[in-house]
Design a protein around this ligand. Structure first.
Ligand SMILES: Nc1ncnc2c1ncn2[C@@H]1O[C@H](COP(=O)(O)OP(=O)(O)OP(=O)(O)O)[C@@H](O)[C@H]1O
Length: 304
């Protein structure tokens, strides 16, 4: 595996009409990993990715893709990098399969087109012109076109936007298969479950800067609100606390909060203690937050 990262962005600045959209952004995507870039609308994700694809020129900073400059070395990078743009970027007057075969013919060792057709369920609209495809069908075709050259690195801008659940799962399977083959993938998404399902690393961008990054599990760890539960009011909290080895407080009649770390053993002790005394637990929450909770806490709840 090469020693340099698949993508290395340092101090990237991009302005439109004098407005700084990307503000000294640093981002690293490692080889053989799925890196998911999350952020509210207008955060600068697409602009950043387009700088990596050589479609936009940075105003400052450096971008290295497979160790190369996306603009100066575009000729060398083109066969090694797959790109799926947010708007598809496909020619509209050709038939879907015809287009895919045409793209495949440009590569020395392309992916077997029939295999891609099967994996992404393209057969049902193979002879439809691109213009007439539905949004989700167009996305699947754009993904196939991005992958048909067997790239080492793939940029996917909102790959499953507008797709039905079946298509989304097919895309997820394909992304996992690519990662298993050692392909590096950088994707943007608004779907937190997509990021949690696929990403080795999540990078959250807001106002043109990285505000958090890490494995999905790391980002949600440590941000839990602790164990809470509901059952009969007036429990003997001292007895329960000694069974759990943790503090227990009745926060409202019949509602309780346990202080300290929550382990699987804590839950077993709690349910056993209640069962032995015929108290039915009507609610138990370990307080574990989702990636969406973390995202909203970091980026706020107001609309962009
Ligand atoms: N060519 C351009 N000229 C002027 N402004 C632009 C241009 N391209 C993007 N912008 C602006 O830059 C900002 C960032 O856009 P960008 O597409 O990078 O955001 P994003 O994070 O990908 O958003 P989304 O989640 O909505 O796709 C937006 O305010 C957008 O209007």
């Amino acid at each position: 595996m090469p020693s340099n990262p698949a993508v290395e962005i340092t101090g990237l600045v991009k302005r439109y009409d004098g407005r700084e959209i990307v503000r000294s952004l640093d981002l690293t995507a490692h080889h053989g990993q799925v890196t998911a870039v999350l952020g509210p609308n207008g955060a600068g994700k697409t602009t950043t990715i387009e700088c990596c694809e050589g479609l936009r020129l940075p105003d400052a900073g450096t971008v290295r893709v497979l160790g190369l400059d996306p603009v100066a070395d575009s000729h060398e990078l083109r066969p090694r990098v797959g790109v799926m743009l947010q708007d598809g970027g496909l020619p509209t007057s050709v038939r879907a399969l015809e287009m895919l075969r045409h793209v495949s013919a440009m590569y020395a060792e392309p992916w077997d087109v029939d295999d891609l057709v099967e994996r992404l369920g393209l057969a049902s609209f193979a002879t439809t012109t691109v213009r007439r495809l539905s949004g989700g069908q167009r996305q699947r075709l754009a993904l196939a076109a991005a992958l048909v050259g067997r790239p080492e690195l793939v940029f996917l801008d909102e790959p499953s936007a507008g797709m039905d659940p079946q298509s989304r799962h097919a895309v997820w399977e394909l992304v996992r298969a690519l990662r298993d083959q050692g392909v590096s993938i950088v994707l943007t998404t608004h779907l937190m479950d997509e990021a949690e399902e696929l990403a080795d690393r999540v990078v959250i961008v807001d106002h043109g800067q990285v505000i958090a990054e890490g494995a999905p599990a790391e980002l949600v760890t440590g941000s839990g609100g602790g164990l809470t539960f509901a059952t009969t009011a007036g429990l003997e909290t001292l007895s329960l606390a000694s069974a759990l080895g943790a503090g227990v407080r009745e926060t409202a009649p019949g509602s309780y909060a346990v202080s300290g770390a929550v382990t699987p053993a804590t839950l077993v002790s709690l349910t056993r203690w209640c069962a032995d005394r015929s108290h039915l637990l009507t609610r138990v929450s370990t307080g574990r937050r989702t990636l969406e909770d973390v995202f909203l806490d970091l980026t706020g709840r107001s609309l962009r």
